[in-house]
Design a protein around this ligand. Structure first.
Ligand code: NAD
Length: 500
């Protein structure tokens, strides 16, 4: 830490990670290496192996053996809960190291990374209770001769594929719930942000998770990711990423073993602001909803659907907020918006900004690459005069770009909000409870916020409607996703004979 500036220092040299199978770290050896540069500083920060498909087979075999011999699913809920609780405590102990690597690889502000890591520890602590309370159902209304049970059984070996925008948070919205259900895991993080997934694997072993229950393979999506989604010994796959790759996951499952799928895909989420909202509060929330994680967030509120009578005044408030937000070095504690995570994403965002201008939207502020001497940064961007057919109104940009779309009535607000192929999240800002509830009921979205945005925790499930995905993660719903249901019919006394 550079005390004078409240800025963490860059590492003197990149940290090398192995991949993780059967409770042990396997060094890079003769494998090719993926070298990651910090997007905020353009210096090498980590070196990770590019696993081969043989490495993947080894990881799946380990997870398969660990599931089949019941070393984890056969434990009682109390024993599984104890491991999850210890994991939460160890995450808290190593939180500074985890937050540091999350910031170095992803470019998010260190203060945000710290808060996310604390939230991840909480996920494990909460899921420990679920490991003990997961249960089935019983039917004693089948007559005196029959008793029925419904049990929940773990699905088996679960593959997890995660993106680069919240490498640790998205992982921890899945792993504790999957482990609570009794399944075993092979995780494949994004090739650009693998470090914290590998740290979690070590922590789980230290917390007492039996060997083979958490395995991590690293490498590109097109090789290792594709092999994982096609793998015949993987029973379920939790995929988080783009809708385009989500489609490949569905195709691969259909072509191979019909593995069960959980899909968390893209979003183009509305922020609906009525004239009777607390407009100061709403402006701050809307700025946060698109600025948080540089807008590289599946639930970013990227469409500002605002009542026309206040639209201009509200746009001015957003502009004022954007002018005051602190953009810059992610290692600086005061930073609120950090770097864009990849070169490709940086180019994508800039190309959408150009498209917005070319299609006739009015650039109100931002829209520029910011120069801090090194790294890649984009200023928070506000577009007015946006119409529903423009690319910036329809497509997921995954950057700090907000499109204003005014409305005149509640019906029109609902219509604009639903005019998308996605359905991940939505927020509504109004002090009129009837309006808030009517909008909440009729807008198609898996997560909803009223007079706030992007809040969350381990209790409430996550997931999308429409092309934003299938299934739910987190909460008890998240544990149940990783189970399958078995119905048991129990005859009491003697059966009525079939053959007299
Ligand atoms: P991506 O789809 O390119 O990659 C996601 C993961 O899939 C990475 O680990 C990648 O290596 C892997 N992958 C790529 N090609 C693959 C293939 N052919 N087979 C198997 N795996 C493959 O997405 P990204 O660019 O890393 O992340 C951005 C996208 O993720 C956005 O669309 C965003 O909305 C979405 N996302 C959704 C949620 C959610 O919860 N709904 C959360 C975060 C991100």
């Amino acid at each position: 830490m550079d005390k004078s500036s409240n800025r963490l220092s860059l590492p003197a040299s990149p940290r090398e990670f192995g991949f993780y199978v059967n409770g042990a770290c396997i060094p890079i050896g003769s494998r090719e290496v993926f070298s990651r540069n910090s997007p905020g500083h353009d210096v090498p920060v980590t070196r990770i192996p590019k696993c081969t498909t043989d490495d993947l087979d080894m990881a799946v075999d380990a997870a398969r053996a660990a599931f089949d011999d019941r070393r984890w699913s056969g434990l009682n809920g109390q024993a599984r809960a104890a491991v999850l609780l210890r994991t939460g405590a160890l995450i808290r102990e190593r939180s500074e190291e985890i937050a540091y690597f999350e910031t170095l690889e992803n470019g998010k502000p260190i203060s945000q990374a710290r808060a996310e890591v604390a939230g991840c520890a909480d996920m494990f602590e909460y899921a420990s209770g679920l490991a003990r309370s997961l249960h089935g159902d019983s039917f004693n209304n089948l007559g005196d001769g029959m008793f029925g049970l419904v049990t929940r059984e773990p699905v088996g070996v679960v593959g997890i594929i995660t993106p680069w925008n919240f490498p640790f948070l998205i992982l921890c919205e899945r792993v504790p719930y999957i482990l609570a259900s009794g399944c075993t895991i092979v995780a494949k993080p994004s090739e650009v942000t693998s470090a914290t997934t590998l740290i979690l694997a070590q922590i789980l072993t230290e917390a007492g998770l039996p060997d083979g229950c958490m395995n991590v393979v690293t490498g590109s999506g097109s090789t290792i990711g594709q092999a994982l989604i096609e793998h015949p010994h993987v029973d379920m796959l939790s995929f988080t990423g783009s809708t385009a790759v989500g489609r490949r996951v569905v195709e691969a499952a259909g072509r191979t073993n019909f593995k069960k799928l959980g899909l968390e895909l893209g979003g183009k989420n509305p922020q609906i602001v009525f004239a009777d909202a607390d407009l100061e509060d709403a402006a701050d929330g809307v700025a946060f909803g698109i600025g948080f994680n540089t807008g590289q967030c599946c639930v970013s509120g990227s469409r500002l659907v605002v009542e026309r009578s206040v639209a201009d005044a509200f746009a001015q408030k957003i502009q004022d907020k954007f002018a005051r937000v602190v953009v810059g070095d992610p290692l600086n504690e005061a930073t609120q918006i950090g770097a864009i995570t990849t070169d490709a994403q940086n180019r994508t965002i800039m190309s959408y900004i150009e498209k917005g201008k070319a299609e006739g939207a009015k650039l109100i502020c931002g829209g520029e690459q910011m120069d801090f001497g090194r790294g890649q940064y984009i200023s928070p961007t506000l577009f007015g005069d946006v119409t529903s057919e423009m690319a910036i109104a329809r497509e997921e940009i995954f950057g700090p770009v907000l499109a204003i779309m005014p409305f005149d009535s509640v019906e029109e607000a609902i219509m604009i909000a639903n005019d998308t192929e996605y359905g991940l999240a939505a927020s509504v800002w109004t002090k009129n409870i009837d309006k808030a509830l009517m909008v909440t009921r009729r807008v198609q979205a898996g997560r909803f916020w009223i007079n706030t945005t992007l809040s969350g925790g381990p209790e409430l499930p996550l997931g999308g409607f429409r092309q934003s995905g299938w299934g739910r993660e987190a909460g008890m719903y998240g544990v149940e996703e990783y189970t399958q249901i078995k119905s048991v019919h129990i005859e009491i006394g003697k059966r009525t004979p079939w053959i007299a």
